[in-house]
Design a protein around this ligand. Structure first.
Ligand code: GLN
Length: 483
């Protein structure tokens, strides 16, 4: 039963082959048995899950239907869940029980999804390896000595290991697409403003976006349907109707114009990944797509711009964790300044402290123009590059990451080496565009992802291209040994 996708679960529940309660019990037992190897969960919510499963079964017995009604999922532990610990992977929030549900959590619960638990993540979503979590690193089910990617590494490892069919993630600079690539999943970062950020603990507010992680594009369509939509509580949420994503999966790729940026194939890319990307292009050509070389000339400035903007916003967002209002408070403070200093010094881990310092520096008087303002100008140039490219092509294709999953600890002493792994993903966040990563093959037994980018609000196009590709390839069906 654990091999079923969301789409198959919906059919099985509708045909009364099994109940949501039965399925939930099977998956909870599987998590108890296998997760100790992976560490993909921070909290399990067994009681809530069983109550939600029973309620979903009752709704189905009353004639209700729905793709998510009774479907087991999990939430990245930065989505607020009422009365349940919402840690953001940090000691700072280890004792924090959210007083309300994030909009995404509430919407999925209303659709009848069953929450099995809260997944492990890099502390405050800062990282690409899931090693900065206060709750310990997550292991990649494809090779337990390797990282699963981050920051949504717990969601990715759990879904890849068939502990559950799908989970939520968030993507500020690649944190859905990169772990999807490194664990052989399909992951979608929607257009900025498509999914509400209300109740999603902020890292960099102008870049953060929630989205689905699943094994197939078909399942990403189902989960995104439950997450997307206007929310008056989020002033950056966009009041556009949500299309039927599952209905968009039947489009022909005949004549689809795919742009492949020449800048993507630089020295930093593992040549074996480059070969797999070229294979995926050939596959799409067989389905009728036409390929064209394009240029994104400002791409080389993306990492420096992102690593100014994201820490700058983070330094501001994280100032609310001061030991006074909520979260961790140090023991026996001598005075107010000591309380602030020690609460933040003891509550935040080293990577979060590094980002706060970089961000505060970039925003300080005298440096604001030199760093922050300049980074914002680069951001505009990157967006303009995309706008020009999308005049010529319907979709942009390339690698999701320059390398497969690295060994645990391999980049710990060199944070910049980890930042460089984000080279292909962060441009979509800087421009606010939707992006998807899907399985494209293996290097040394480790999964490789191909990334697709589309114009604003063309999530349906991304999902359709990925679905057509997955109808004609079987990379996404491969299961890690032992799971
Ligand atoms: N790796 C990037 C960072 O550390 C992206 C993280 C994310 O998307 N949340 O900032």
């Amino acid at each position: 039963m654990h091999q079923l996708t969301l789409a198959e679960i919906a059919r099985g529940l509708a045909d009364k082959k099994f109940s949501s309660e039965e399925l939930t019990k099977v998956l909870l037992a599987r998590i108890a048995q296998l997760d100790p190897q992976l560490n993909s969960f921070i909290s399990l919510t067994e009681d809530l899950a069983l109550a939600q499963a029973k309620a979903a079964d009752a709704r189905r017995a009353n004639g209700e239907n729905g793709a998510l009604l009774g479907a087991p999922i999990a939430h990245k532990d930065l989505f607020c869940t009422q009365g349940i610990r919402t840690s953001c992977g940090s000691k700072m929030l280890d004792n924090f029980k959210a007083p309300y549900d994030a909009t995404v959590v509430a919407k999925l619960a209303a659709a009848g999804a069953v929450t099995l638990g809260k997944t492990n993540m890099d502390e405050f979503a800062m990282g690409s390896a899931n090693e900065s979590s206060y709750y310990g690193p997550v292991k990649n089910p494809w090779n337990l000595e390797h990282v699963p990617g981050g920051s949504s590494g717990g969601s990715a490892a759990a879904v890849a290991a068939r502990l559950l069919p799908a989970a939520t993630g968030t993507d500020t600079g690649g944190s859905i697409r990169q772990p999807a690539a490194l664990t052989n999943l399909t992951g979608l970062k929607p257009t900025y403003g498509r999914v509400s950020r209300w109740g999603m603990i902020a890292y960099a507010s102008s870049l953060d976006q929630g989205g689905p992680l699943a094994r197939t594009a078909e399942d990403c369509a189902i989960l995104l349907q439950g997450m997307a939509g206007f929310d008056p509580q989020d002033s950056t949420s966009i009041d556009e109707p949500v299309p039927d994503y599952s209905a968009s999966l039947n489009g022909s790729l005949q004549g689809l114009r795919i742009g492949v940026p020449k800048e993507y194939f630089s020295a930093g890319l593992d040549p074996r990944i480059a070969d797999l990307i070229h294979n995926s292009v050939k596959e799409l050509e067989k389905l009728g797509a036409v390929v064209k070389e394009i240029s994104l000339p400002n791409m080389q400035h993306a990492i420096p711009a992102y690593y100014v903007i994201a820490p700058a916003e983070a330094s501001s967002n994280l100032s609310r964790f001061d030991g006074v209002r909520f979260g961790y408070r140090c023991e026996d403070p001598k005075n107010l300044i000591d309380l602030y200093k020690r609460s933040r010094g003891e509550g935040f881990g080293p990577e979060v402290q590094r980002r706060i310092m970089v961000g505060a520096y970039a925003l300080s008087a005298g440096y604001y123009d030199a760093y922050y303002l300049k980074a914002q100008k680069i951001r505009r140039l990157i967006k303009n590059d995309f706008m020009a490219a999308f005049n010529e092509v319907d979709i942009i294709l390339g690698p999701t990451t320059p390398n497969p999953a690295w060994k645990l600890g391999a980049k710990n002493s060199d944070p910049v080496a980890a930042y460089l792994e984000d080279v292909y993903t962060i441009t979509a966040n800087l421009a606010g565009l939707p992006g998807l990563s899907m399985p494209a093959g293996f290097v040394d037994g480790l999964p490789v992802g191909v990334q697709l980018l589309a114009p604003y609000f063309q999530e349906g196009r991304l999902l359709n291209v990925a679905h057509q590709y997955q109808q004609n390839t079987d990379w996404h069906t491969r299961t890690p040994t032992g799971f």
